[in-house]
Each structure stands twice: as C-alpha cells, then as structure tokens.
Design a protein. Structure first.
Ligand code: BG6
Length: 441
C-alpha cells in the first residue's frame, strides 16, 4: 500500500486517531495546531480526526472558538481503553474509512501509553499503514525507556514510531544545521580550537500550569534537559551533512553527537524549586525540581574540553531559549559571542568588537543581528510542523529510540543523585533570572 506522499505532494487520505481528546495536551497544543494546518493548507481535504475519550462527548464539548474550524473533519468516539473488544470495533470502523494511513496520537498520561499500544498490536492495528505519534516522557530513566522501547517494538517497527520533541521542529532549531553547514566563516571555526564554552538556556516564565500531577512525576531534568536541551546540544555538536538539505542524515548525526556526551562532574549541578510550587501541586513534601543547571562535555576530539552548560527553569524572569557560543580570546583578539535565539524573536546575533569613534583608542562591543520575524514574518508553530511531518512520513525531526536511550544515559548519574536528594534543593523566588540562580562557573 502506498501510504505516504513525499515532499509537498498531495497527501494520502489519513485518519488521525487521538487517544485522550478531552485532555490538556489535545486542547492546548494538538487541536490548535490542527486547526492552523487546516486553515493554511489543503491538508484538511484529506484528513479525518477521530477524537477518542472514555466519556461520551460531542465535538462541541471539545472544540472551542480557536478550533471550531475543524468541525467538518472531526468526530468523537467513546472508548473503553481497557477493553480488547473496543479495539476490534475501532479496527472495524477504520477499515470502513477510505483512509490509506492511520496515525495514533497519544494525549494520555504516560502510564496509559503502553497498555494502549499493546491492545492496538493485539487487535492487528499495527501493519505498515499505521503509525504511532508519541509524546514524551519516553520513560522515567534509561531502564524504563528501554523497556518501553522494547515492548513497543514487539508490535511496531521503529520507522512506524514518531517520538515528538517539538524543539527539533522549531524553525531556528531546524536552521542550526543549515546555518552552520552553509556558512564558511562558522564551519571553519566550529571546534574546540576556537570555541571556549557553550551555554544553552531554556527559561520559562510560566509555572506548571495545572499540570501538577504530571510535573510531580517528571521535574525539569526529565521534562526539558533529557529531551529539548540535549537535542539542541546534539544539533550544535553534530558533524555537518555534506548536503545541508539532505535531512535523512540528521537523525544519525544527532545520535552520534549524543553518544559522545557525558556529564561534566567538575562543574556544579544546581537543583532548585520555585517558592509556591509545593502549594500549587498540593504536596508540602515535594522535592521535584523546577530549575536545573548542569554541564556536559563531548569526547569527540573536535569538542573535548569545551564545557556545555545547560540551564532550564520555570517561573523565571522571562521566556527565552537561546544558545550562546563563546569564542576564545587570544592575545591579540577579544572574545566573540554568537547567539542563536530559538525563541521568542528568533534570530542570530554576533557580538563583534569595533573601534569606538573618536580621538581615543577604545574598543566597543556591538551586535550584528538578524531577525527571522523582520525578514519572514510570523513563523509556523513547531507543533504544526511535527504533525505535518508525521502525516507526510518524514521522520528526521523526531527522536529515534537510540537517541532517547543515549540521552537518558548522559543523565543517569544526575537522576540517581536527585533521588538521593543531591545536590540540595534550593528554593528560589518566582521571577529570578537563570544567571542569578546559576552564575557562571
Ligand atoms: C514541553 C514541556 O515539552 O515544553 C513543558 O513539557 C514546557 O513543561 C514546554 O512548558 C515548553 O515549550 P515551548 O514551545 O513553549 O518552549
């Protein structure tokens, strides 16, 4: 069966089956992204969305003002997730539909994912016309991720599994490999010979936003470092592809970069929790971290000795995702900083030194800046890209099983430490800055 249309060709008729249609994830991310995709492209003409819920719901109970445009493509089905018979019924329904491919999207709590996958597999809903679109967390640590991967593989091949890391789909993140690979001035200096250190920050001003139950099980290390921060690190360190637009190579190169990473124990790991978090999650004993800073380093001869500081936290002073590459200073030259701003105000900034005009001989630091928005206007949301790529069968912006395992491996010793209460959990006032909480080491 020809199940996918490549590139920008017309799509094969597709059914997107959403487990957990009334949940937070569907409402906040998936449905708005689907509505935007259907508004701005002709994908909707060949797309049906089936929202599954334990409860008996009408489309009007799920759609709101932003997502009402989906009504023509949308139906809601009630299902008992635990009943094998329900999956047979789902299969009968899917076989009646004209769709040539089906994508199962999981907007359910992490513990509910595997039992559903097993039931899909047992019902025969796993041949090559079916795909899984999975949200993180992919396990809680290396061992549980391995179990999840192995058990999923009993029914689905890795090429049928799309693990979302929506940071990989952010426009500036996609641009990293292209920018570094296409520009001679950076390609030549992209190593420990010229680079002193790298800092990658994911600051958020929001807190846990009603996701307390999920966050209590997760924490910042699993939520952001294991996935988004390590993937951004891999994009920065990976070897450039001979053809920057040959994205088929990207996943393999990211994996190679991840496998060479390890924790840099000589630089401090910082663990924090914002004041008020315990009340928000209604757990006075909570030791879940909402802030983490730690350093990793690579064994790649091109990168040995370069500390990569990863910093993330919630309820900080601002929303900012930025990669800062600090170039070495020499006897004759000053240090330069290249900033790749992933969000907001996506762009690239290079700090340069110039002669300050005047009679004196002074240097001044100025920036060369490029803003995505100024040049290209508003950018599509990463979630839209993720869904379109899953429908089109393009997997390079998703995390492979091996990437997931490699990133858990990097963090295992930190996870073990956190479980033992090390390092000490520091309370911080909401509105603190990442620099205050994790000053330069
Ligand atoms: C998700 C995390 O992966 O990313 C959330 O689970 C976090 O805790 C979110 O808020 C941040 O995404 P973005 O795109 O708003 O930076």
């Amino acid at each position: 069966v020809g199940i996918m249309a490549e590139g920008n060709q017309k799509l094969a008729p597709t059914t997107l089956v959403v487990f957990g249609i009334s949940g937070d994830l569907s409402r906040r991310y998936l449905l708005p992204a689907l509505a935007a995709i259907c508004r701005s492209s002709d994908i909707g003409a060949n797309l049906e969305i089936w929202g599954l819920s334990r409860r008996s719901l009408e489309p009007g109970d799920v759609l709101n003002d932003t997502t009402r445009g989906l009504t023509d493509n949308f139906r809601v089905l009630q299902i008992d997730y635990d009943s094998a018979a329900a999956y047979q019924q789902l299969k009968d329904e899917l076989e009646k539909s004209p769709a040539q491919q089906t994508i199962f999207y999981f907007a359910v709590p992490p513990a509910a994912v595997l039992p559903i996958i097993e039931k899909l597999g047992s019902a025969g809903l796993n041949d090559s016309t079916y795909r899984l679109l999975l949200e993180k967390p992919f396990g809680q640590n290396y061992d549980s991720a391995k179990r999840l991967i192995d058990q999923t593989k009993r029914y689905f091949k890795d090429e049928q599994i799309y693990r979302i890391d929506h940071y990989l789909a952010k426009e500036m993140a996609q641009n990293i490999a292209v920018f570094l690979g296409s520009n001679a001035i950076f390609r030549g200096v992209w190593s420990n010979k010229f680079i002193e250190r790298i800092k990658i920050e994911v600051s958020e001003s929001i807190g846990v936003e009603g996701r307390g139950g999920f966050y209590e099980q997760t924490g910042a290390l699993r939520d952001i470092v294991q996935s988004h921060l390590l993937q951004l690190t891999a994009l920065i360190l990976m070897k450039p592809c001979p053809d920057v637009f040959d994205f088929s190579q990207v996943q393999i190169r990211r994996l190679a970069a991840l496998k060479q990473l390890s924790l840099m124990a000589s630089q401090s790991t910082i663990r924090g929790q914002y004041d008020g978090y315990k009340d928000e999650v209604d757990n006075p004993e909570s030791t879940t971290e909402t802030f983490v800073a730690l350093s990793v380093t690579s064994s790649d001869p091109d990168w040995q000795g370069v500390p990569i500081r990863l910093v993330t936290g919630k309820r900080l002073d601002k929303k900012l995702t930025e990669i800062r590459v600090h170039f070495k200073k020499s006897q004759a030259t000053q240090a330069n900083i290249l900033k790749l701003r992933i969000q907001p105000q996506e762009g690239i900034e290079l700090e340069l030194w110039v002669k300050k005009p005047g009679y004196d001989q002074d240097l001044q630091k100025l920036s060369l800046e490029f803003s995505y928005q100024q040049h290209f206007g508003d950018l599509p949301d990463a979630y839209e890209q993720v869904i379109v790529d899953a429908i089109r069968g393009r997997s390079n912006l998703f995390a492979s099983d091996e990437e997931v395992l490699a990133s858990w491996q990097v963090l295992q010793s930190v996870l073990d430490g956190f479980i033992k209460g090390k390092p000490e959990l520091k309370a911080y006032p909401p509105g603190s800055s990442a620099e205050e909480l994790a000053p330069r080491v």
